[in-house]
Design a protein around this ligand. Structure first.
Ligand SMILES: Cc1cc2nc3c(=O)[nH]c(=O)nc-3n(C[C@H](O)[C@H](O)[C@H](O)COP(=O)(O)OP(=O)(O)OC[C@H]3O[C@@H](n4cnc5c(N)ncnc54)[C@H](O)[C@@H]3O)c2cc1C
Length: 398
């Protein structure tokens, strides 16, 4: 049987960057994905600068647009725009980004097998045996590794096979592309539009790309049957006929609960498989890349004999993302229950400086904001508490 130091299941941003880091540290890595690459994934394709800063290489070849202004509107009515100190989001397409990330991993020595759908896992003495169907010759395969990384996204098989992930709650989102026509390129260039108070438990967006713009809506899981209507309303507000929408795709967003376990023996979960999507924004690429880094650090500690198990990984994820999850849940329910009051607080320029600091990776969570921004942020927290704030439990996560 083939042997590796680590097997990574899923070649999204989380899996590919984890595989890259492990290989860069001299480890043997097998990266498996059920899809044939390049493949697409339902996603707005917006990579915040805090995510970009975590990457060990530049993604310049697949960047289509830069966002250095944000336009916020509530209920398709009152709006404000904030200019940023520099780019806060790089816009790409997942088909291009994920292919590029896999190429970087392969160039570092990762063994990549595509069209390989993982179907079984067995723990043995000090390792994990992984079975898959498909692969290069279509006959499937089996390999063993000292460690396993479950990076197979929402609806992945690894959490289920490990008996993890059963307690996540979910959001849902739908997106589509619109080729630029008329003055649209100039209208959206350099800016991301966020439409608040229009979708229960979420928002709508318009993102600029290379030869098109991306429109989308996301909200509570229960909004699934209504997402097409929400998308049609967003399009109407932007004078976009729905018959211009191309590549419409929807998917779920997994949100872990406080205390959800992420480790089982020699295996751990990262990214969407770990349910670490941001509850407020629905972004998950930053979290996937960050948990991938924490995972590769822990795995290297284990392989190099500094620790004897992977449990430290759970603590590292809670420390890194718990305060952010607490604040994001709070702002999410505040916007949901009191959209206009929360919007008025969010438009205070000092609040924007805190949000910009978060997006640029200069601030780890809103609670770390200093000075006058703390007043309106505390007021948003008070609204969150009045809305029953489910995120408070993340603050006391062990
Ligand atoms: C509509 C929508 C819009 C979004 N917009 C944004 C955005 O603009 N910015 C942002 O940061 N986030 C966004 N997100 C969230 C983001 O897409 C995810 O959080 C992110 O893709 C998670 O990365 P990942 O590496 O954990 O998993 P994924 O990117 O989901 O990758 C998982 C991989 O695992 C593979 N896989 C699955 N099962 C198996 C199996 N059994 N065997 C082998 N391989 C398997 C899949 O083929 C896939 O390639 C959006 C999500 C949605 C639904």
């Amino acid at each position: 049987m083939e042997q590796f130091d680590s097997i990574v299941v899923g070649a999204g941003p989380g899996g590919s960057t984890t595989a890259y880091r492990l290989a860069a540290a001299g480890r043997t890595v097998l990266l498996l994905d059920r899809a044939e690459f390049p493949r697409d994934k339902p996603c707005g394709g917006g990579l915040t600068i805090r995510a970009v800063k975590l990457l060990p290489f530049s993604i310049e070849p697949v960047v289509e647009a830069r966002v250095d202004a944000m336009r916020f509107r509530v209920g398709f009515g009152s709006s404000f725009e904030r200019k940023c100190r520099g780019p806060v989001v790089l816009m790409t397409q997942r088909r291009r980004l994920d292919q590029f990330l896999v190429e970087q991993a392969v160039a570092r020595g990762v063994e990549f097998r595509q069209g390989a759908r993982v179907t079984g896992l067995e723990a043995d003495d000090g390792g994990v045996v992984v079975r898959w169907s498909g692969g290069a010759n279509g006959t499937g395969g089996v390999a063993r590794a000292a460690t396993l990384v479950g990076a197979d996204g929402c609806n992945g098989v690894v959490p289920r096979l490990l008996g993890l992930g059963g307690d996540y709650t979910h959001g849902v989102a739908l997106e589509a592309n619109v080729p630029y026509a008329g003055a649209e390129r100039a209208r959206y260039e350099g800016a991301a539009v966020i439409e608040l108070g229009t979708v229960p438990g979420g928002y709508g967006w318009v993102f600029p790309k290379g030869d098109h713009f991306n429109v989308g809506v996301g909200g509570w899981d229960a909004e699934g049957p209504h997402l097409r209507r929400h998308l049609a309303e967003l399009c109407a507000a932007h004078d976009v006929a729905v018959d211009r929408l191309a590549d419409q795709r929807g998917y779920r967003l997994p949100l872990r609960l406080p205390g959800s376990p992420l480790v089982q023996g020699r295996a751990l979960l990262i990214g969407d498989a770990a349910g670490v999507v941001d509850p407020l924004t629905g972004d998950g690429m930053y979290e996937a890349i960050l948990t991938g880094r924490l995972a590769s650090d822990t795995i290297l500690d284990l392989l190099e004999g500094r620790i004897t198990g992977l449990d430290n990984y759970e603590t590292a994820v809670r420390r890194a993302l718990g305060p952010l999850a607490a604040a994001s849940w709070g702002a999410k329910v505040a916007f949901d229950r009191f959209p206009r009051a929360t919007f008025m607080l969010a438009r205070v320029p000092l609040v924007w400086r805190a949000v910009e600091g978060l997006m640029r990776g200069e601030l780890s969570h809103p609670g770390a904001a200093r000075g006058l921004a703390r007043g309106p942020l505390r007021a948003i927290q008070a609204l969150a508490r009045a809305a029953g704030d489910p995120g408070r439990a993340f603050k006391s996560e062990p």
